[in-house]
Design a protein around this ligand. Structure first.
Ligand SMILES: [Ca+2]
Ligand SMILES: [Ca+2]
Length: 122
């Protein structure tokens, strides 16, 4: 089962910009950010059953929502109990400084506690 990972073009110069009409089979999944070529592809008819697997900033554990479990996942990553894939790192990096640090976990906690209403713009 294919899984395409597409990063934001501002982070990676080699980000995917076009996707062939037969690039995916039923059940395939795509990890991408809103506004990317992959997100546009998922919304097009040529995507078949391909779907956006996760594109939510802060969703470090890829379950399509931002919860305390994402804070835990980041803490496990920082403690080297878990290794994040590149796209998990991008989703977990809510401060957009290019790395997953304790301040990313803190900012997610601040959002969950409603001390802030949104993460900084990417
Ligand atoms: Ca999550
Ligand atoms: Ca960060």
């Amino acid at each position: 089962m294919a899984q395409l990972v597409v990063y934001g073009t501002r982070q990676f110069a080699a980000a995917v910009t076009t996707i062939g009409t037969n690039a995916f089979a039923p059940g395939d999944s795509i990890v991408c950010f809103e506004g990317s070529a992959a997100a546009a592809y998922c919304e097009s008819s040529s995507a078949g059953n391909a779907r956006v697997l996760a594109n939510i900033t802060g969703d470090a554990n890829l379950d399509a929502r931002v919860t305390i479990a994402d804070v835990t996942a980041i803490q496990r990553c920082l403690a080297e109990l878990e290794v994040f894939a590149d796209y998990q790192t991008l989703l977990a990096d809510v401060t957009h400084d290019g790395a997953v640090r304790v301040d990313d976990a803190s900012m997610i906690q601040a959002l969950l506690a409603e001390f802030i209403t949104a993460f900084p713009a990417r």
